[in-house]
Design a protein around this ligand. Structure first.
Ligand code: FAD
Length: 373
């Protein structure tokens, strides 16, 4: 179908929502993005963007701009926590220029997407909390202040607590994954190279990689916990709690964690992959459809892939709802595989006995999922 002039409302100006807005605008749609926050920001610092995500950014003409702000990743290394011994290494450069892997600051990626959206004539409206989305021939968005807006298509890219997810799949609270993550950045005084390192220990792991020309190191430290009762999603914590929790991690992890002077922690929650992604001119995208543990570094990248496939499926279909059904059919198996692999990585990374940890990693499963699509 011809998307020219199609009126699209996207709920959420995260990485998924902005990418979807750009993809649909590039095909001629008139797009408005509604964001509840008072600014377009991203919480947490680093993001790994694998070649499949870079391919989407390239299709939007944004790759060069992002590359200037990013660090080109050379490898992902899995290491043991005690002495930093290498367990396995996935070389990221074998596919060459056609399939680059980058470490980016989330704020930089969001800036690139939001600036491109504004330049493309996409309206981004802030402080617009959506209360409800009503599917139909002309689906309706109901804002918190009571105002209503109609469109030809509504895309719910509103993350874990998606309003449209509830409409399409019923109201179910997200479940705690028994994983808590601390996130911090520190100056790169220890010469951390362009490699993502995963240091694995019993019931915990630490991921580090450089950002912004290598001037910063991004740290994500994960611990298994039986419960999470604290209020909020990104709570400031005392760096000493982090350092104490990982006190048996040696070598460069110790140095990195010792340099942390400000840190936030998250209880990681998710839903199963939604059974229903679309109905009557509405569709879910990104975390709204398939929140995942971050242990494949694919959540944002899957949202970008969703956006590209959504545009392609609509353009190839005879009408919106056929296109939306095709979109779900083309995406659901792939995201299920990624979500499952990320959950298994939690188990693999955190095995107690070092020999088991080593054995679990002999067949590193990342390569196939990271291949560009
Ligand atoms: P979100 O980022 O949640 O965006 C949703 C947007 O919708 C927000 O702006 C929100 O304010 C807005 N919104 C919500 N509700 C409403 C409403 N009712 N009305 C209006 N607006 C609303 N992914 C990777 O690809 N690579 C990585 O390296 C990586 N590392 C990660 C590390 C950690 C520790 C974590 C927790 C996640 C990581 N991820 C990674 C996953 C990634 O962050 C998410 O999958 C991604 O941000 C999801 O994007 P999204 O646009 O779908 O949703």
């Amino acid at each position: 179908m011809d998307l020219n002039g199609l009126k699209v409302t996207v709920v959420g100006a995260g990485i998924g929502g902005l990418t979807a807005a750009l993809v649909l605008r590039a095909r001629g749609a008139k797009v408005t993005v509604l964001e509840q926050a008072n600014a377009i920001t991203e919480v947490g610092a680093g993001l790994q963007v694998s070649p499949n995500g870079m391919a989407v950014l390239r299709s939007l003409g944004l790759e060069t701009e992002l590359r200037q702000k990013a660090v080109r990743g050379q490898a992902v290394e899995l290491r043991d926590y005690a002495r930093g011994r290498l367990v396995s290494r996935l070389q990221l450069t074998t596919l060459g220029e056609a399939a680059p892997y980058y470490f980016v600051h989330r704020a930089d990626l969001i800036d690139v997407l939001a600036n491109a959206a504004r330049n493309a004539g996409i309206k981004i409206l802030l402080l617009q909390k959506v209360e409800d989305v009503v599917p139909g021939d002309r689906p309706k968005v109901v804002l918190a202040r009571g105002q209503e807006m109609k469109a030809d298509l509504v895309v719910g890219a509103d993350g874990l607590h998606s309003v449209l997810r509830k409409t399409l799949n019923g109201t179910v609270a997200p479940f705690f994954t028994r994983q808590v993550a601390w996130r911090a950045t520190v100056p790169n005084t220890m010469g951390h190279g362009p490699v993502a390192k995963v240091h694995m220990g019993p019931h915990r792991h630490v991921v580090s990689y450089p950002l912004r020309g290598g001037s910063l190191v991004n740290i994500v430290a994960v611990q298994e916990r039986s419960g999470w009762h604290e209020e909020g999603w990104h709570i400031p914590d005392d760096p000493e709690n982090l350092q104490r929790c990982f006190s048996d991690f040696q070598g460069e992890t110790k140095t990195l964690l010792g340099a942390v002077d400000s840190v936030r922690k998250w209880g990681l929650f998710r839903h199963p992959v939604a059974p229903v992604w679309q109905r009557d001119n509405t569709a879910l995208l990104g975390d709204a459809a398939h929140p995942t543990l971050p242990f494949m570094a694919q959540g944002a990248v899957m949202a970008m892939e969703d956006a590209w496939v959504l545009g392609d499926a609509l353009a190839k279909a005879e009408d919106i709802n056929v296109g939306l059904a095709q979109y779900q059919a083309r995406r659901q198996d792939r995201v299920k595989k990624v979500v499952e692999t990320a959950s298994k990585n939690a188990w693999r990374y955190h095995l107690s006995a070092p020999p088991l940890r080593f054995a679990a990693h002999l067949g590193l499963t990342m390569a196939s999922t990271l291949a560009p699509k």
